[in-house]
Design a protein around this ligand. Structure first.
Ligand SMILES: Cc1ncc(COP(=O)(O)O)c(C=O)c1O
Length: 449
């Protein structure tokens, strides 16, 4: 409370002066100053309530009392680094192991999704003794230099593609190379990876890892076609590489039917390394790499210690345990399934009324609404999406944002306590705004083209 003493304009002025300007604000033209939050609701300095449809970090709801209580209790007792023997780290690793296939049984705790992916990259390269990495187009895997190198979403705007990085097509069945009318898009996109591996081998190079989100997020809330991952894994492993599933956005029950999004690809698919982050600590910096005994063994075998000052400390692990308890105790996976299905259902109905809605896709509370200027060409309606996001915030105090290479996909990744009423409200508001845009603002779509 003591920290909230500045007027909004003062905060803004100080932020402009003191904080690096590449750290951008949401709604940069008219930022929101949030001073407290609970569940799926954010409150500004005047007590006005905003509905949070995008925080994929506050998985069990903002400031969940069980989580804050666990954090405070452990903070009061002890916080040290993970070099002292302590129960929390092992109890937490054991609980995580129970959510994963048996072979993913060794854990390294870190502080952010970027750290987890950087460590996964090191492990893959050390285990395979190969260097090259295959990533999906438009992917983002983190802000460290090593990860900018494997994130086409970033490196295309910066130094460009390194010779050890290879980009496979995004398996997007709405606007990608193989679409919903293809008899087997999963196989067709996987065979693109096979071709890429052959090209890499042709250059005398070798694959260390195939790195992909289990549901590509920045790429536009993409749902991978069935059969894709197991086929890719077969090709990658036969080239001597490993498969890394980036679950930084998608893990911890978001998809509802499963705890991890990679499990949507069926029981015959299991990654070799899973990275996790954002929702793990419900806002506390907590992240992790889970891997097999063989890969962990190879990482250890060079004799170099891995030391991470904060990773796996007793407070972080107490928080992680509390988050798991809430996900289970409040049946948040069941809620994600039911509420997500309701959201999909209402958005699909909306699609029948508004030509601008080209596609509705999702699983659990990971949902995308893709806007297009014409359904035939599927031309991205970027301006319309931006206007819609702005009006939802200004007129209804609903926070959503966009993703995808053209920023024309509205993304919904709310805390898993999101309710049926929240869904009804959001969809009603989108309907009202689109109806109004269609009646008064048809120029807008032309601007898009
Ligand atoms: C898929 C994915 N991986 C990794 C990261 C990096 O995580 P962090 O920002 O915690 O370093 C992000 C962050 O947005 C992400 O979306």
């Amino acid at each position: 409370m003591a920290l909230q003493k500045l007027k909004k304009e003062e905060t803004l002025e100080m932020r402009k002066r003191l904080i690096g300007q590449s750290c951008r604000l949401f709604y940069a033209d008219d930022p929101v100053k949030i001073t407290r939050a609970r569940g799926q609701f954010l409150y500004d300095e005047n007590g006005k309530c905003y509905l949070d449809c995008i925080s994929n970090v506050h998985q069990v709801g903002h400031c969940h009392p069980s989580v804050t209580k666990a954090a405070a209790a452990q903070m009061e007792l002890l916080n040290t680094n993970a070099r002292f023997l302590h129960d929390n780290i092992v109890m937490y690793a054991d609980r995580l192991a129970a959510t994963l296939p048996e072979k993913l049984c060794v854990f390294y705790f870190v502080n952010s999704g970027s750290e987890a992916n950087d460590l996964a990259l090191r492990m893959a390269q050390q285990y395979t003794q190969h260097e090259d990495v295959i990533v999906l187009d438009h992917a983002y895997h983190g802000h460290l230099k090593s990860l900018i190198d494997i994130s086409p979403y970033k490196f295309r705007k910066l130094a460009g593609q390194k010779d050890w990085v290879h980009v496979a097509p995004l398996p997007d069945v709405y606007r990608g190379k193989y679409r919903e009318n293809h008899p087997n898009p999963g196989e067709a996109y996987a065979d693109e990876v096979k071709r890429l591996i052959e090209e890499v081998h042709g250059k005398g190079r070798k694959i260390s890892a195939f790195f992909a989100e289990s549901l590509p997020s920045v790429g536009g809330q993409i749902i991978l076609p069935q059969g894709y991952s197991s086929r890719v894994a077969k090709y990658v492993r036969s080239a001597g590489g490993v498969v890394v599933a980036d679950e930084v956005q998608t893990g911890f029950g978001r998809v509802g039917s499963h705890f991890w999004a990679f499990q949507l690809q069926g029981d015959d698919f299991c990654p070799d390394i899973v990275t996790m982050g954002k929702p793990m600590g419900n806002g506390h910096p907590l992240a992790c790499v889970a891997t097999t005994a063989e890969i962990a063994g190879a990482f250890t075998s060079n004799g170099v210690e891995y030391f991470n000052t904060f990773g796996g400390n007793p407070v972080s692990c107490a928080i992680g345990l509390a988050v798991l308890d809430v996900i289970e105790g409040e049946d948040l996976r069941g809620n994600a399934l039911r509420v997500g299905a309701h959201l999909m259902d209402l958005l699909k109905k909306l699609q029948m009324q508004h030509q601008v809605i080209g596609d509705v896709r999702g699983v659990g509370l990971f949902v995308g609404l893709e806007l297009v200027t014409d359904r035939e060409q599927r031309t991205p309606a970027t301006q319309t999406a931006a206007r819609l996001v702005k009006r939802l915030k200004e007129e209804d105090r609903i926070c959503v944002s966009t993703d995808g290479p053209w920023e024309n996909v509205l993304k919904f990744k709310p805390p898993l306590c999101f309710s049926m009423e929240d869904v009804n409200l959001v969809v009603q508001c989108i309907d009202r705004i689109l109806t109004d845009m269609e009646a008064n603002d048809l120029k807008l779509d032309k601007e898009d083209i």
